[in-house]
Design a protein around this ligand. Structure first.
Ligand code: PSV
Ligand code: MN
Length: 430
């Protein structure tokens, strides 16, 4: 087992930085006070913020062309959890881990639950995988899973999702997220309506077995692996399916799964309005589903999404409580560093959105003052809330500067010794 980073070591590193952080924090407190904002209230909210980590994000990702393995990569779910514990120890906002089955399948789920409890980790949404065949699989998903024209393949896909619910119950999860790669590569290959009907029929079988306190999240994606059409291509098909299934079915928004320039924050608003926002997969992209680190390219877009989320929170919108999860692929960085950076980036967007005076904004909107409305958002966005994030982490026992503490700890080097490389360097999108 790779040794966790000592709490005392984190505290020691924090001590060196705290005088500077305190100075910045006090200055920011004075600046915010001039806007009638109590910094302590914001810091409290920042300290309570959580975004889950994807188990599959702890390994080095790849593309269709190649994968360049990192050192000390986790080889199984237990080692992935060790890395997730480090991320949470330093970040203090990532207590939950989202598993992906069958990648993370174990023989003994009680043992796995005990292991995660010991690391003080919780389980987020369960992700099923019917987008690839497993060794020896009797009926292929090559031509789709829940919407396959073959009943045998559909049955297999349904059975896998039901297994996921069972495994999730053992772990204490409350959400099943279904993303299928079903679609077509050629015009005419698939009958759009029939494929969607088959998908809905299969999803109804899964929905029927959902425990009463669970939600079923549907994830849309407009392309890949199918490049002409996908069965759940956008939020339209997504919400139609969720409405068809029932109240426990909601839509999940992965930031990379839209056409370029789509107004994602507006989609978020619509889903909130109709109690259909299930959750998010945060990442960033320039060209498609690039799975780049959250907020690394479009931090303003991420902030605008949080503007909608904080607005719903402010209005006590009924049925509002989406799940936040990172879903990104780290091809050239240390995944632990990327995940810590991304969690802080998402938390930053949330905190910045909290600075918006909602009543003032509504006033500008109602009087059609476009410039002042826009500036209200911009002013919040450009406020450097770093001292709030740093203070929230330190107060929770995390690191003021997670990456430097992680590097100084030598965690990756010890992991490299304990986890010899599997030598796998083939292609692979995760
Ligand atoms: C598909 O691109 C996706 O976003 C889905 O959430 C999958 O579960 C995940 O990536 C991992 O492949
Ligand atoms: Mn996703």
């Amino acid at each position: 087992m790779t040794k966790r980073i000592d709490k005392a070591f984190i505290a020691e590193q924090n001590e060196k930085l705290m005088p500077g952080v305190q100075e910045d924090y006090d200055a920011l407190a004075r600046k915010l006070a001039r806007q009638d904002i109590d910094i302590e209230k914001i810091t409290q909210k920042a300290a309570e913020f959580q975004v889950a980590v994807p188990s599959w994000g702890t390994g080095t990702g790849g593309t269709r062309f190649a994968r360049f393995p990192g050192t000390g990569e986790p080889r199984n779910i237990f080692e992935k959890l060790e890395d997730c514990a480090v991320i949470n120890d330093l970040s203090q906002c990532t207590q939950a881990v989202s598993p992906h089955f069958p990648w993370d399948k174990v023989d003994d789920f009680t043992e796995l639950k005990g292991f995660s409890d010991n690391l003080d980790l919780k389980w987020d949404s369960i992700n099923s995988n019917t987008f690839q065949d497993q060794p020896g699989q009797a009926h292929s998903f090559k031509y789709g899973s829940l919407s396959n024209t073959s009943e045998a393949s559909r049955e297999l896909a349904i059975a896998h999702n039901l297994d996921c619910i069972k495994w999730g119950e053992a772990l204490g999860s409350k959400v099943l997220t279904v993303w299928v790669g079903d679609g077509s590569n050629h015009p005419g290959q698939s009958h759009f309506q029939r494929a969607f009907e088959r998908y809905l029929e299969s999803m109804k079988r899964i929905y029927a077995e959902l425990p009463s306190d669970w939600e079923l999240h549907i994830e849309h994606k407009m392309f890949e692996p199918a490049f002409y059409s996908t069965v759940i291509q956008d939020w339209g098909s997504n919400i139609l399916a969720a409405m068809e299934l029932g109240d426990k079915a909601k839509s999940l928004v992965d930031l990379g799964h839209h056409a370029p320039n789509v107004n994602i924050e507006m989609i978020v608003s619509r889903l909130i309005q109709f109690k259909k926002l299930g959750g998010f997969h945060f990442n960033d992209s320039k060209y498609g589903d690039d799975d780049l680190d959250s907020g690394s390219l479009h931090p303003y877009q991420q902030f605008l999404i949080f503007n909608e989320l904080v607005d719903a929170e402010y209005r006590n919108q009924e049925g509002f409580g989406p799940g936040y999860l990172l879903d990104q692929s780290h091809n050239v960085t240390d995944p632990i560093e990327s995940l810590m950076n991304s969690a802080a980036s998402v938390q930053r967007s949330y905190v910045a959105a909290l600075l918006i005076n909602r009543e003032t904004l509504y006033g500008y909107q109602d009087s059609n003052d476009a410039i002042m409305a826009s500036n209200t958002l911009k002013n919040a966005f450009v406020t450097d809330v770093s001292p709030i994030l740093q203070m929230a982490r330190a107060r929770n026992g995390g690191a003021i500067d997670p990456i430097s503490v992680y590097r100084a700890s030598g965690y990756r080097a010890s992991a490299a010794k304990e986890r010899p490389s599997s030598g796998h360097s083939g292609s692979g999108i995760v």
